[in-house]
Design a protein around this ligand. Sequence first.
Ligand code: FAE
Length: 526
Amino acid sequence: MNGLSRRTLLAGGAAAAASTLLGAGRAAAALNSGDHVPALVIGSGYGGAVAALRLTRAGVQTHIVEMGMDWTGQTYSSMLEPDGRSYWLRTQTVQPVSSILGIPADRTITKYTGVLDPETFAGIRVYQGRGYGGGSLVNGGMAVTPRRDYFAEVLPSVDVAAMYATYFPRANAALGVNHVDQAWFETADCYRYARVGRDQANASGYATTFVPNVYDFDYMKKEQAGTVTRSALASEVIYGNNHGKRSLDKTYLAAAAATGRLHVTTLHTVTAVAPAATGGYSVTMNQIDTTGATVTVKTVTADRVFFAAGSVGTSKLLVAMRAQGRLPGLSSTVGQGWGTNGNVMVGRANHVWVPTGGLQSGMPAMGIDNWADPAGPVFAEIAPFPAGTELWISLYLAITKNPNRARFSYDSSTGSVGLNWTAAQNAPSAAAAKRVFDTINAAQGTVYRTDLFGSNKVWGDELTYHPLGGCVLGQATDGYGRLNGYPGLYVVDGSLIPGSIGVNPFVTITALAERNIEKIIATDLA
Ligand code: FAE
């Protein structure tokens, strides 16, 4: 119980009482210095959204603090003509595919609190979403439940039967996961690239599988038919979708808001969490403007704090708090066990008589499943290259079983947190992917593109879309995400998963959060 009853939580605090509610049920008032709240969630991605929904439904006044913007009522920038809205506080784009035919892809933009952040460490660029909805705003929507045996291998302390009977179905339902109409897929122009990728893989002896998505496939059908405004078919994806996508702001977060107990403070970056003299935790945050400048610094207190800042955000914050002596009792394993989910990108050049389509849906619908191959498990998403013109390129984001891990550490001279992943650690990912794509190239008589990730470079191995770990379940926390030694502090996001899950990760992050928050509400908040 940690000395706090549900009645206290229900009573809320001054901030909760002072908030006015918008039509959607979300409180308009941002947090102010001195506020005391029952539950504060740092970040509004998958882990944060699950915590917010389940806490509010349990009657708890819940405050989300999110460093990015609330994009409700705003528009995202075009993928082909990116502007400041596309990147987080950058004056130049940092496109995952950095060049084509020797021509650099990046362009100058206005510095703004845009939606995609390619956070750059010494040996890896980690792409993350910034905004109310976290990664759901920028991701490809691929909603994949992991292989049961690999989930059990990665998280052996978790009851696998309960995950697959209860929490994965719960997550898939709440996320609005849907399946492409397979008959339509076979004829739709926008999925020619996926059919080409599938047929070439099958002809080389590899199995393929349809991949569910949170993008509304009925909406996409209408896009193809020309009866609605295009989004996935207008090359929109990594800078946000203006239509069609069931991002978290439209699913979990909207449902939490509908309880009338959700309070959201955006453009605020949490910088410190420490025990408060009066009990609970003191949480310090910088309110920023859209140039990234700090407008004011606020400190509030919270009875419970849920870390949902993502694998990188949560790990960085906790490692800094331990090093600065604010949470000195955190486990030495906080900051460890970080990995890239084995991500590596690669492009193949098709023959001129094998077009991949000038119109390509930004939402992938098909994957090559070679995970069962013990010599080098690979699950490769057949990715779009939505340049708006025929390029004859097959692009893939391969997920591999890369055993390498890295750790975050605090640099007291700069006050920043670094990550010691090295470029060499991606070698097993490229090696596993090479076996598959060498075979496909040999069967097709094709070659790799060597111009997409730098000059004369085959592998897009300096980036990841799938940061995982840094605060591993059962090591840095107990078996449900409680931070050891600090009652009332919880981790609920992708940092709990130790570096790899074998498929695109957000369904797993969501389902694990569902499992953990159910236990926490039942035992700590009863
Ligand atoms: P996340 O969604 O990153 O949310 C963390 C939130 O915390 C963000 O909104 C941050 O702005 C916020 N934050 C961070 N630090 C602070 C702070 N100090 N104070 C306040 N707020 C803070 O975390 N996964 C799939 O399963 N399928 C896909 O198709 C897929 N495609 C992807 C495509 C791209 C381009 C990218 C970047 C990712 C993709 N992912 C995909 C990965 C997926 O989006 C990611 O695993 C989840 O978003 C991680 O969820 P978390 O809740 O851990």
